[in-house]
Write a protein of this length. Structure first.
Length: 529
């Protein structure tokens, strides 16, 4: 999401534009005689020029920064079919006015960034996540700024330390933060929550957990500073912490939702094609047939070839070992493209749809996104040949016009090899974007038994993001050109996917996986009756 999770952030932003580019690149590959996709694709965010040292140091006048905030509001109205899916227009306009009123002096990009993040977060759209410009962070480190030497996660209104750098000896995982500097932990946490554009409370707090150090840097925590904390034994301590330049964490506290001690950590690996992995879980004492487990952590378009190889090998291996059931884990899957449909086509014959409809708006920004996503030497092919030939509906739209694609409910194609036994799908607050679409289809049509926690993202979502550079500060923000409506067709239900069986996390255990094993055994026994 933020700079502390660069690979995750890159996966999610690549995922947002991959669907259209996939069509274009596939066509280009065919037309060019079969060159690799990498010969055509670039990351459009990387194609935008980075800020120079002079631009980073520049003091922007208040009126220029206020104009940038107005530009964000106008941008989302221009590019998204419905930017107010989760919030009212009145609340967004009020937020913009409040933030503009807070600008009472010239600011650098570094100082203005929290206001941009809060403006973006106001839409409660997960895909409006604001990245931290890498060049600004590098410049800050060069100036002697740094990061807190620990990570913490929200637990209600408390902040509990979950990881500590090797440099910090006075703080331990499990300590509860009372205050950072002169700010109470509750007030500090409330500030961090305003910077996350989360669709659910679980998603918001998961974002803080993943990016705690970077978010504190954005919020302006000045180091060194005093940190008051309470140990698990109830004793109270105040320590002075120094800045660290790297966010490497050495001592950790196992997370409740993704514990280190899990049946999956003891399994026999059958197929390992990173990032995908298939294994057999440890056998129980009953002598029953083993249960297979698939770790499915990404649906990034660029992994499509690996996924195809993996799922073929995994299904073959699972069947060869006579697995009694299959558990697929997407609890930490940030999404991508429609790899989930391929999974479902291998475990069910029931009719389904991942979404009921997709509303797409064409804008100058969406045009520019596709142009930047293709290497310059091939842009003539994309614009002059591929888009008119393969995407005539999009090309026919004028800027500001929408197209609506209605998705029918239909049975999937039967893909071999497949698994025909009982299946479970593990979901949680790390499940986003296209992974939510998979979870929603499985839950709505009872295709797989869903177990765990509600998803971090929501099926009714604003997506397919595009980069936009603000006119004055030149900070790059996300906008979006699509609205996706959940499989049920209920546009009013803006909540997450709730599993068939909700399982509360317990520290040190993988309760969701444990429950899935129990349910697989139950379903297996019912099939034998």
């Amino acid at each position: 999401m933020h700079a502390t999770k660069a690979p995750r952030r890159r996966l999610r932003r690549l995922a947002a534009w991959s669907a259209l580019v996939a069509i274009a690149v596939t066509a280009a590959v065919v037309l060019s005689g079969g060159c690799s996709r990498s010969a055509f694709i670039v990351d459009p965010w990387e194609a935008i020029p980075k800020a120079t040292p002079e631009e980073i140091a520049k003091q922007h006048e208040p009126e220029a920064l206020r104009a940038d905030l107005d530009a964000i509001v106008a941008l989302h109205e221009r590019t998204a079919p419905n930017p107010y899916l989760r919030v009212s227009k009145e609340s967004i306009l009020a937020l913009a006015e409040r933030l503009k009123a807070s600008i009472d002096r010239p600011m650098t990009r570094r100082e203005f960034l929290p206001l941009v993040m809060e403006m973006q977060a106001g839409y409660r759209c997960d895909h409006y996540l604001q990245r931290i410009p890498r060049e600004d962070m590098v410049a800050a480190l060069a100036r002697g700024e740094g990061f807190l030497p620990f990570q913490a996660e929200p637990r209600g209104d408390a902040l509990v330390v979950i990881a500590v750098t090797s440099e910090e000896k006075a703080i331990e995982p499990g300590d509860t933060i009372v205050r950072i500097g002169s700010v109470s932990a509750a007030d500090h946490l409330a500030r961090l929550r305003t910077l996350i554009p989360a669709e659910t409370e679980g998603s918001r707090d998961a974002g803080i957990r993943r990016s705690f150090q970077a978010l504190n840097w954005v919020a302006g925590v000045s180091l060194p500073t005093d940190v008051e904390l309470v140990r698990p034994d109830g004793s109270r301590h105040t320590v002075t912490v120094e800045a660290v330049g790297k966010r490497k964490i050495n001592r950790t506290l196992p997370r409740a939702s993704v514990p280190e001690a899990s049946p999956a950590s003891q399994g026999e690996v059958l197929v390992d094609i990173p990032p995908f992995r298939c294994l057999l879980l440890p056998a129980d004492q009953s002598g029953a047939a083993p249960i297979a487990y698939i770790d499915f952590p990404s649906m990034d378009y660029m992994l499509g070839g690996k996924w195809n190889d993996f799922i073929d090998q995994a299904m073959t291996a699972v069947n060869a070992r006579g697995a009694a059931g299959l558990i697929v884990d997407i609890r930490e899957n940030p999404g991508g493209t429609i790899l989930g449909d391929d999974l479902l086509a291998r475990v069910t014959d029931r009719p389904f749809r991942g979404m009921s409809r997709i509303v797409t708006r064409r804008s100058a920004e969406s045009d520019e996104m596709m142009r930047l996503a293709v290497k310059p030497m091939w842009r003539w092919l994309l614009i002059g040949v591929v888009l008119p030939l393969y995407m005539p509906e999009y090309v026919a739209l004028k800027h500001g016009e929408d197209s609506i694609a209605k998705i029918p409910v239909r049975p999937p194609p039967r893909i071999e090899p497949r698994f025909d036994g009982p299946t479970c799908l593990l979901i949680g607050d790390g499940t986003y974007s296209a992974a939510v679409v998979l979870a929603d289809a499985a839950r709505t049509y009872d295709l797989m038994l869903t177990i765990g926690q509600p998803t971090g993202g929501c099926p009714n979502q604003i997506g397919h993001i595009c980069p936009f550079q603000l006119p004055n500060s030149r900070i790059v923000v996300n906008c979006a050109q699509r609205v996706y409506i959940r499989a049920s067709g209920d546009e009013a239900d803006v909540g997450p996917v709730r599993p068939h069986i909700e399982v509360a996390p317990v520290a040190g255990r993988d309760t969701a996986l444990e429950r899935a094993i129990v349910e697989i055994r139950r379903m297996q026994a019912e099939r034998k009756k």
